[in-house]
Design a protein around this ligand. Structure first.
Ligand code: DAH
Length: 340
């Protein structure tokens, strides 16, 4: 009996050591330790033995059973280790290799400059306001002291919507929106797109960018206006710029000015951007007209203010020496990628 047991044990250990996978191990477990397994069968034989022999043989069978169980476990562990070793072999990666850089976009040059302006003005206590691109006639014209029969309406050719609204022709209506919601003192800027129904050339587009500015408080004068305009240009160009101020007419300011800057595309020599003048109109501005304040329920006897309407597209052209405003919305990637 003991011989049969020893043989079964030896055979089991040899087969387990050679098992190729978990499935084979499971089959071996059933074959030796299952209900009708070869070692289990040996136990059943014990009842034919004398009590002494039974104790003796029982111990041997238990030992054999434990040895087989241990062998099963050891082999299972060995198989698992092999599996991971093989995986490490086939699936290894070199963590020291440089990564793959995903393609990444960047902001459009207009928005890059817009963000800079927003930083400059917020640092001077201005808040940033947004307004809709489809505006009411009242906000775009009427409240800015441009009534329906006013010749100044012809200065800005307008896209009208069928329901009597319009695509804003300038960012100035955001002044009106700002004054409707706040009381002085107030300081705000409003960058955004504006639209004109007009023929395009190197310096004219039907869609372009402006940035409105408005400051209203007691005793605001032209001196404040000039101070803020100069700070703005110095921050953007990182040096003092050659500018000239001349009278300009806009119904919503009095007095009104045109602030011109020496053309940075040709250095003042004359080119298609500055129409051979050597100067570009960059920053129309002035002191807010009393009528505009009154219409917004602000007393012009107590308060005054300045306003400006920066030509943001033009400023970006000057900053980077861009020779045609139509590049901005051309969708030509060769253009925008130069600003990555
Ligand atoms: N809104 C004017 C335009 O687009 C520009 C302008 C002029 C804005 C004078 C102002 C200003 O705020 O004071 O032609």
């Amino acid at each position: 009996m003991q011989k049969i047991l020893d043989e079964a044990r030896a055979k089991a250990l040899a087969e387990i050591a050679a098992a190729a996978d978990d499935r084979a191990l499971y089959d071996l477990k059933v074959k030796y330790l299952g209900k009708k397994g070869e070692i289990t069968e040996q136990m059943k034989r014990m009842r034919d033995l004398s009590p002494d022999a039974r104790r003796n043989f029982g111990q041997l069978v238990n030992e054999a059973k434990e040895a087989v169980e241990q062998a099963l476990e050891a082999r299972a562990r060995g198989l698992a280790e092999n599996k991971y070793a093989r995986l490490a072999e086939s699936d290894w990666l070199d963590a020291s290799l440089p990564g793959i850089v995903p393609p990444r976009g960047h902001v459009h040059p207009v928005y890059a400059v817009q963000r800079e302006l927003e930083e400059i003005f917020t640092s001077m206590g201005f808040e940033i306001l947004d307004g809709p691109e489809v505006e009411t006639e009242y906000n775009n014209f009427e409240a800015l002291n441009i009534p329906a029969d006013h010749p100044a309406r012809d200065m800005q050719d307008t896209f009208w919507t069928e329901d009597g609204n319009l695509l804003r022709t300038h960012t100035s209506p955001v002044q009106i929106r700002g004054m409707a919601l706040r009381r002085p003192p107030l300081r705000l800027i409003a960058p955004g797109r504006v639209f004109r129904y007009e023929a395009t050339d190197a310096s004219h587009e039907n869609t372009f960018w402006q940035m409105e500015g408005l400051m209203v408080d007691r005793n605001i004068s032209v001196a404040h206006l000039i101070y803020f305009m100069k700070s703005l240009l110095r921050e953007i160009f990182k040096r003092d710029m050659t500018i000239r101020l001349r009278p300009g007419y806009f119904p919503f300011v009095e007095p009104g000015f045109e602030l011109d800057m020496q053309c940075q595309v040709c250095g003042g020599a004359g080119c298609s951007v500055c129409k051979q003048h050597g100067w570009v109109e960059l920053l129309p501005c002035g002191l807010v007209h009393p009528n505009v304040l009154s219409m917004s329920q602000i007393d012009p006897e107590v308060y005054s203010g300045f306003a400006f309407g920066l030509g943001l597209s033009r400023l970006v052209m000057m900053r980077y020496g861009i020779d045609d405003i139509r590049h901005f919305l051309s969708g030509d990637l060769r253009f925008v990628r130069q600003f990555a």
